[in-house]
Write a new protein. Structure first.
Length: 430
């Protein structure tokens, strides 16, 4: 039987994967966001993950023309009915109390379940805790389809490893973990991914193993960054430059080159909570994982406090001071603002009565205001030279920021606080 693939969720993870599959298979890309689908059908990707020429090279806007290969982007569930290999790539966020929110995953499972047929395979890529695929998603597929798991349909898990904004480590170049609900299905899933992933695949022994492998990848990074964030606080009290210390330590061959900073985004700042909750369900309180989260979640307020201390040392008036925030996305050279910890810095500064001007050439002003109530500038950077600031905070290391003269934007006695250690010339850095 011909493999016909449906990718549910066309965001940072789903679109690059759908585009890649479409070079070899007929692919239906489904998303509930009508404006997102419309832009993709026009060959545009606001996430900047897929270049326009690559997207247009596989696009098919007529379902009747989708035969041997190509990508049809749609909001219609009906367009997926002929598919037999479903890949779910929806977000897995946490709520305001940092509890896992499986709502997008549940709704996607309900959608797939409504059109599931005998012999179909459903693969999940969303980051979850071990057991979520078989314990939370599969029962929904069974209920909605009326089919029996591992008899009428099958499942798998292949964790996403997309690195937003990274043009070097693209989806096809990153080794892919795969798994299946039976040995034979695992091999079948692995073969489909292996047919397009040049970086190779690794077939895990079970779905739970694959789920666990993914969630510890991000938890490990979170803990390591928390460690260097704590070092930065200690060395700041000692009057030692953290970047200088890390560069010296990195001369040892096995030193891990992590840097302090704000830890946001939809992966590293979220996934440890999924593992922590599952551990607590088994009666274990994960001390190191949660300690790392507390450290990293508090860095926004810490940065704001350091900026305020810098003002006081320079005898600047804090109330009504003007601060320029460079960057609001969760990482450099990427338009993604989800779970950005720069927002924590902005809110803390405003609590001190500071006026904050935010500039980010990559972020969407409409999306940022909608999500956080924060207005930003993102046009010609020369507009900033007409303003004068008491302090400038470089929060995100966008490549554009390394090319500008910040001194021309500062008031007398103003200073630059470099969160990322990105600038050659700085006054204070994390």
């Amino acid at each position: 039987m011909e493999t016909k693939i449906a990718v549910i969720g066309l965001g940072y993870v789903g679109l690059p994967l759908a585009r890649l599959f479409a070079t070899k298979y007929p692919v239906v890309g489904f998303d509930i966001n009508h404006s997102r689908v419309e832009e993709l059908r026009n060959g545009e990707d606001s996430t900047n993950e897929v270049e326009p020429e690559l997207l247009k090279s596989v696009l098919i806007n007529d379902a009747g023309m989708l035969t041997s290969k190509g990508l049809l982007c749609t909001t219609s569930v009906e367009d997926m009915k002929d598919c037999n290999f479903y890949v779910v790539t929806v977000p897995t966020p946490v709520d305001r109390y940092n509890r896992p929110d499986l709502t997008p995953l549940i709704k996607a499972s309900e959608t797939v379940g409504s059109i599931l047929k005998k012999g179909d395979i459903v693969v999940y890529e969303s980051t979850v805790y071990p057991g979520a695929t078989e314990e939370d998603c599969v029962p929904i597929l069974e209920e909605k389809s009326g089919l029996t798991f591992n008899k009428d349909f099958f499942a798998g898990y292949s964790p996403e490893r997309i690195n937003p904004g990274d043009k070097e480590h693209t989806v096809e170049k990153i080794k892919k973990i795969t798994s299946g609900s039976t040995k034979e299905i695992g091999e079948q899933i692995d073969a489909i991914y292996r047919s397009v992933i040049t970086g190779g695949t690794f077939l895990a022994s079970s779905i739970k193993v694959a789920e666990a492998a993914k969630v510890i990848e991000n938890s490990q990074r979170d803990i390591n960054i928390a460690f260097v964030n704590e070092l930065a606080k200690i060395f700041n009290l000692m009057g030692i430059d953290t970047k200088d210390v890390l560069e010296a330590a990195a001369t040892k061959w096995n030193f891990l080159p992590f840097r302090p900073g704000l830890v946001g985004g939809h992966c590293i700042g979220v996934d440890p909570y999924y593992l922590a909750q599952k551990a607590q369900e088994y009666g274990y309180n994960p001390e190191i994982i949660l300690a790392g989260r507390r450290m990293n979640d508090g860095m926004g307020e810490y940065v704001a406090n350091q900026v305020i201390k810098g003002m006081i040392k320079r005898r600047q008036c804090v109330k009504d001071a003007e601060v320029l925030m460079l960057g609001v996305t969760f990482k450099e050279n990427c338009p993604d603002i989800r779970n950005s910890k720069v927002i924590d810095v902005i809110k803390s500064l405003k609590d001190y009565g500071v006026y904050v001007t935010v500039y980010d050439p990559h972020a969407s002003p409409e999306e940022t205001e909608h999500e956080y109530g924060v207005k930003i500038l993102n046009g010609d950077i020369n507009q900033l030279y007409r303003l004068n600031f008491d302090a400038i905070v470089l929060a995100v290391a966008h490549s554009e920021f390394g090319k500008i003269d910040l001194s021309g934007m500062l008031k007398e006695n103003g200073f630059v606080y470099d969160v990322k250690g990105y600038l050659e010339k700085y006054d204070v850095r994390l």
